[in-house]
Design a binder for this molecule. Sequence first.
Ligand SMILES: Cc1cc2nc3c(=O)[nH]c(=O)nc-3n(C[C@H](O)[C@H](O)[C@H](O)COP(=O)(O)OP(=O)(O)OC[C@H]3O[C@@H](n4cnc5c(N)ncnc54)[C@H](O)[C@@H]3O)c2cc1C
Length: 413
Amino acid sequence: MDVVVVGAGQAGLQVAASLRDHGHDGRVVLLGAEDDAPYQRPPLSKHYLGGPGGSRSVALRGPAWFAEHGIDLRTGARVSAIDRAARSVRLADGTAVGYDHLVLALGARPRRLPVPGADLAGVVTLRSLPDADALRLALARDVLDVVVIGAGFLGLELAAAARTLGHTVTVVERAAAVLPGALSAPTADALAAAHRQQGTTLLLDRRVEGFLGRDGAVRAVQLADGTRLAADLVVVAVGAVPRTGLARAAGLAVGDGAPAGVEGVEGVEVDAALTTTDPAIRAVGDCAAFPCPVGGARIRVESVQNAVDQARFVAASLLGTAAGPTYSDLPWFWTSQHGLTVQIAGRAAGRDRTRTLGDPGSGRFSTLRFGDGVLRCVESVNRPAEHLAARRLLAAGTVVTAEVAGRADFALC
Ligand SMILES: Cc1cc2nc3c(=O)[nH]c(=O)nc-3n(C[C@H](O)[C@H](O)[C@H](O)COP(=O)(O)OP(=O)(O)OC[C@H]3O[C@@H](n4cnc5c(N)ncnc54)[C@H](O)[C@@H]3O)c2cc1C
């Protein structure tokens, strides 16, 4: 069986590695558009920005590993088309690569802000290693006025890294709170307080009208309320858009995006076994819109856990060794900012009831989130043992009602 994986990121690399782990001895071809071998993205918005750089420090595997495992890694190899009838993909240079099974692990690209001045020098986004290297070099120069647009995970991590390096940092967010929709109020408030305490200015409920420049380079950010912020560097961190063009052009079902405020139905549509509308093609990671194991609504998740666990499932499923017929791993996520490590187990929906264990003022606490009266998600701040306990509890499907969790003697571990 020949397996071709398009996309040599976190998910694509894991599909290839897991195929070998499960004993697959057929051909495995890993095609990546980037010039770098597969690397980790999480450090790029964190310590990488203040470090010496270099692809080795973030590489997912050493250079010898691919040959040792018989994985045909081709970097700088962008796939331009899928010929489903012939079961082959075509590279931009015209080469065709045949497959028995194809896995799409195409990832996502940064969303752009459609405002005047968005193409000025010094207005940047962060997704790739070259993006991070450019940012790292910019932040290593003089003290800068850095404006980060978007107070999501990426924006806040970047803001923390830039502030730690001594820059003047302002974060502009359209919503009234940081991490809108992603975190409960106690956790989001703790992160916001840490940023303010470290001297970052958070401007919430503000809209960017455009970027102003001189000699082609950004100099200021214009807000809709008339505020003008001095800026030497603007990082736009307003979300990511799944890469779906290849799948769409091949006639696979692709979600077109959700109405404002509804998360994630944009992406390559897959069923619960992560199979696209072509049984020979799977999709995993940031690009895949899959049915949520709880509730069944189609979701898309951008996290290392999701990329790795979906990749492992697909590899096992292709080889007939998966534990079950459908992907149902518990989502978990982490972020690290200004000494606060937030770990999230499970998935919450909207504005559910919460209960906090511990004192948020101490910088160590967990917030329990309930949906339909049952525990769905636990956000732990500097409480790794509670995070692990929550993961075990939720993954086992243990039902913890809000009533039980509300008792004074309730503890996760
Ligand atoms: C800066 C940053 C920080 C992050 N921090 C965290 C964190 O702290 N915790 C966490 O859980 N997650 C974090 N994430 C998210 C996490 O990195 C992603 O969810 C994960 O990388 C998704 O893996 P993927 O393989 O689906 O996509 P990617 O890693 O993006 O890989 C997709 C690859 O496919 C390639 N590709 C696309 N189209 C083609 C084509 N036509 N032909 C060939 N190749 C193609 C792309 O070039 C890319 O290399 C972060 C992401 C970023 C950008």
